[in-house]
Each structure stands twice: as structure tokens, then as C-alpha cells.
Design a protein around this ligand. Sequence first.
Ligand code: PLP
Length: 391
Amino acid sequence: MTNPLDQDINRREVPALKVHRMVLGADGMGLFPAGVADMDFKAPQPVLTALQKRLDHAVFGYEAMPDELMPALTGWLATRHDWDVDASHILRSPNILNTLAIAASIFTKAGEGVIVQPPVFFDFYDILKENNRVLLSNPLILKDGRYTMDFDGLEQLASDAKAKMIYLCNPHNPIGRVWTRAELAKLGDICARHNVLVVSDEIHGDITFEGHDYTPFASLGPDYAQNAITCLSPAKSFNIAACCSAFTVISDDARRNAFQVENSRLTVNKNNAFASAAMTAAYSEGGPWLDDVLSYLAGNVALVRDQIATLPDVEMIEPEGTFLMWLDFRKLGLTPDELTKFLRTRAGWAVTRGQAFGVEGEGFARLNIACTKAKLTSALQQLSAAITQIL
Ligand SMILES: Cc1ncc(COP(=O)(O)O)c(C=O)c1O
């Protein structure tokens, strides 16, 4: 029986960013598009059905949030992640980047510092720069092919009077760690000791591989929850980035009120009928689809692992979650620009340059594996051929 996820869908039928000239460059339209972090798969059938139903209604005036949406979200968090969230603690937000920016702007002042742990999602840097916040960098430690947090470095940075907040990426884009309870608790304890607010971006939380369970930071206990702003979204989990909004969980009443006041000041309060329909269906009925996607992705990880094992000068960081893989090309001895050029012109790959995630990413590249097996296999063959030629 054929797997529906093997279906090759022409994403150029819509202005999809992943295959758009804005991202690939005018000269890159023929490259293997593996940069932008979405999946090439159709959304879950229940989502498509709900959208069709909403379309058939054919009136698109102002709407409230559907009564079913919050229970669908809290039900998902409880059954899937063992996290009981009080619905009154959840605010709706346009997207996660917006939440990160608002959190920095209302809970820190210009000139104060936000800790990040590179290599990390590039938009963290842009948000801090655009909001005039000081970036306090606590690089992850890479040892024997595995990244861990530098807790001594964190303790030191957090004790700086300037440090007011940390952007935690849980699971961590681009290196694919699914932080353990023990790691999160250690981070939370350090931050609590130094009054550093934990803003946890958990957009990749639903995408984890066997043996690695996502722990929502705020689920560690009431004290952790009181010092947390959690950013959630169904964008990655159900591949509905262009058709959803995000959610922010804030247990502390004063901070939640402050957030609400800011949302109101910015009039961030409109409901999109299609986003509401898609999200409600995704959280209430999308589980089986996600399970299929997770096993497909695990198969794609295996494809990459097997191919990389034949290339002694390339190493892969074993992902515990996310559909993003972090590849180490440092042994090729190329400069970051040479590596980008090599991957584009010789391997035909349009991946995200490692240096976009901080200087710690130089010599690496981030590969998005959420595509068909056929596409991934041929891209891996192109990489092998290109590497064999330069050696
Ligand atoms: C860690 C992380 N946070 C946030 C986003 C973007 O979220 P949103 O589209 O809701 O702003 C991404 C997308 O790649 C991401 O990887």
C-alpha cells in the first residue's frame, strides 16, 4: 500500500516560501529546497474537512473564538504531554515571534539582557536587536556528537544584573535536542535564583522521536510555571503555519494581565475563521496523522544517518526531535561562504547556513527532512557525489 506522505505535491502551485525565489534566490529555483521549516505533507484530513466546512458556510464576517478551540488545545496538552493547563492562563497570539517580541518589550527594558543558547533559531537574534535588548550568549557545549547546556556559563550570565530573561528553545532548533526534565529543572532553578524570566519557545514540542519525550518547561511544577511564559503553536505539528495562530501560557496573574494589556494596546485580537477551524480540528483529531508523520520522519532520519555514515568528512548530530537535522561539515575545511557555495552549486542543496544560528554554527548546515523519501534520497545521492568529487 502506498503511503500518502510519499505523494509529491507541487508546492509552487501556491507562493510557498520554501520554494520561493525570495528564499532560494533567482538562481536557486532548481535546488533541493530544505531550508524553511515546514513540511511538504498535506495537512491532516480532519483539518481539510473542517476548512471545507467553514468555506461552505460562505459568510466570513467578524468571529469570536470557537468554544471548542481551548478545550481542544488543553485536551491535547493533557493527553499528549501530561500537562494540565488552566484555560484561563492561555492567551491567543498571532504567532510565536510576536509573543517573543512582546515578552522582551514588556518584561525587560532597553539595554537589559536576554540570554540565548546558540546555535539557536536565528529570529531570536533579530527580535532582540530590533527591540534594543542586549544579547547574552551562553553557547551550548558540543561533545562526542551531542549538545548539552553549559550550566556554569548560565549561572554566571544569569547572575549579571543586566540579565532579565532567557529565550529557551524546547526542543532546540537547529540541533534537535529534546531537553530532559533534569536539564529543564536545572535551568529553571538557576533562572529562579537570579530572577531571570524563562520564555520557552515550544513550537517543536510535538515532534519528538522514540525515547525522547518533550517536557513542557512549565509542567515541571507550580514554581517553574510561575516563572515561565510558554509559547505554543500548531504550526509545525500539523503543518498549518499559514493557517493558524499561536498560544501563550502565563500562570503568573500579574504577568498575564500585563501581556493582555499590551495585546489590547496593539489590538492583537482578531480571530481568523480558517485558523480557528484548522486548529480546533488539528488539536482534537490530528493525533493519528501526527503519529504517521513522526514514523515517516524517523525513517527519513535513518536515510540521512545511513548516507552520512558513508561520508567520513560529514557528521550528523542525532536528532531527538524536530524535522530539522544539523550536519557538521567542518572536516571539509571550507569557510562558511565556501560551504554554502559548495552545497548550492555542487550538491544542489538549498539548506539553512549554519552561521545563521550564530558563529557557533559555522561549518554546519541545517537540513529540513520533512519531504518525501524519494526527494531526500536523491538529495543525499547528490551530496555524496559532490563530496566524492572534491576529496
Ligand atoms: C523555534 C521556532 N520558533 C518560532 C518559529 C516561528 O513561529 P511563528 O511562525 O509562530 O512565528 C519557528 C519557525 O521555524 C521556530 O523554529
